[in-house]
Design a binder for this molecule. Structure first.
Ligand SMILES: Cc1cc2nc3c(=O)[nH]c(=O)nc-3n(C[C@H](O)[C@H](O)[C@H](O)COP(=O)(O)OP(=O)(O)OC[C@H]3O[C@@H](n4cnc5c(N)ncnc54)[C@H](O)[C@@H]3O)c2cc1C
Length: 393
């Protein structure tokens, strides 16, 4: 258990939205859940390459998966609640990799919850929020990542069905998912030809293979192939041609979640490094007594604090309905930069131990690298900002 449990710097002031009595109770629940049901097993799940389904069922039973979803789809609370859960899970010894695998429904079913019909909500959203089904989001393809409008997976209408051909790659929870909310091309070239179709993974013609990667080892990642997969037209989410817009709308929540995971990872590494620097002795005294070390840790704490403060501010403004497209991109990049700098320093200050498999900072160092690539890469976020600054001409 880290020193961040009920950490005043992470809980916020007694008056802010992150510190209401309900949210303090939620924080305690997540800290307890993480300590009992995640931390003791995390190394094994990292080695196995996936989280067990029972963890989803347990999180669902505790009501952790429904947070931030609209009430009409069986949800409760605000996106802030889902972010608070991820933040506390990391501060309590979990990881962004656990968040990716356990909360994949956060990117897999929001489109269905918002634009889906009651039948789709009953078939897909309800079991995902209960932890009984695992969902995934399939957008990225071998030839199209940042450029979502360039996807080529084709869904051809035949009567009451679509016939899907194509491939998706880097899909989180893809080896375990029961269904994948998939970006498919139902129309012509460009963003207007894209739709969202839910594809159950047990349909004939679906094949998947596991991808190995640098970090997020407990979060399985897959390449998916669709070869003449027949999917009922009833699985189309919203109208044909609205897929790109739905994807862009939901990117906002995903980017905020990743920004929260980034500053929480940074804060966790600050806490771990403080504990280490106080106990590790070199040349007769604790590392914490060396001014160069103290100042580095002070800088790490500053970066984590500034990132947290800014991300929370943008989150609050986004929830209030303000146009924060620019700030949201800036917030993700700010938090990712803070995280990258802090995890690097944390490993360095842990010395050889920081490089050892099984050291928590080593895992955060590897896990952190994806945060500036997924959910809109750093360069794409800068492009959003540049466009908003009037640089498009
Ligand atoms: C672990 C992991 C999990 C993932 N999970 C999912 C998932 O669940 N579902 C899903 O659909 N996808 C997922 N992805 C894919 C992820 O969203 C993409 O990797 C990401 O969007 C970048 O796309 P790309 O890899 O094709 O890189 P590219 O788009 O090829 O970009 C390569 C580099 O060029 C830069 N670049 C691209 N265009 C420009 C430009 N115009 N100007 C300047 N620089 C540019 C990028 O920023 C990047 O640095 C995951 C990826 C990983 C690694």
């Amino acid at each position: 258990m880290g020193s961040s449990e009920g950490h005043p710097r992470c809980s916020g002031s007694a008056h802010d939205a992150w510190s209401t009595p309900e949210r303090r109770a939620l924080r305690e629940l997540v800290a307890d859940f993480t300590a009992r049901e995640i931390v003791p097993h995390l190394d094994r799940w990292e080695d196995e390459g996936a989280l067990p389904r029972s963890l989803h069922e347990r999180a669902g039973a505790l009501g952790l998966l429904e947070l931030g979803f609209p009430a009409a789809a069986g949800g409760v609370g605000e996106h802030l609640d889902a972010c608070l859960v991820a933040e506390q899970l990391i501060l309590s010894g979990g990881s962004s990799g656990v968040c990716a695998g356990l909360f994949t429904h956060g990117i897999g079913v929001p489109h269905i919850a918002t634009a889906g019909d009651p039948d789709q909500i009953a078939r897909f959203v309800a079991p995902a929020l209960a932890g009984r089904a695992i969902s995934a989001l399939g957008i990225t393809e071998p030839e199209a990542g940042s450029d979502v409008a360039a996807i080529s997976t084709r869904a051809r209408r035949e009567g009451d069905e679509y016939v899907v051909d194509g491939a998706k790659t880097f899909i989180t929870s893809g080896t375990r998912a029961d269904f994948v909310t998939t970006a498919v091309r139902t129309g012509g070239a460009g963003h207007r030809g894209i739709s969202l179709l839910v594809i159950e993974t047990d349909r004939p013609g679906v094949s998947r293979s596991r991808l190995r990667k640098m970090g997020w080892h407990c979060s399985d990642t897959a390449e998916l192939r669709f070869d003449g997969v027949r999917v009922p037209a009833a699985n189309l989410v919203g109208a044909e041609g609205t897929g790109f817009r739905q994807i862009m709308v939901n990117f906002a929540a995903e980017r905020l979640s990743m920004a929260v995971q980034a500053y929480a990872t940074a804060q966790r590494c600050v806490d771990l490094t403080i504990a280490w620097a106080r106990s590790r002795r070199t040349f007769g005294s604790a590392l914490a007594q060396r001014q160069v070390v103290r100042h580095q840790i002070a800088g790490m704490a500053r970066e984590a604090t500034v990132a947290r403060t800014y991300v929370r501010d943008v989150l609050a403004r986004w929830q209030a309905g303000e146009d924060v497209v620019t700030e949201l991109a800036m917030a993700k990049n700010t938090a990712v930069a803070a995280c990258d700098a802090v995890v690097d320093r944390a490993v360095q200050l842990h010395g050889g131990m920081g490089y050892m498999h099984g050291a928590e900072v080593e895992r955060h160092y590897r896990d952190a690298r994806i945060l500036g690539i997924g959910g809109g890469a750093t360069e794409i976020m800068d492009e959003v900002v540049a466009g908003r600054l009037g640089l498009d001409g």
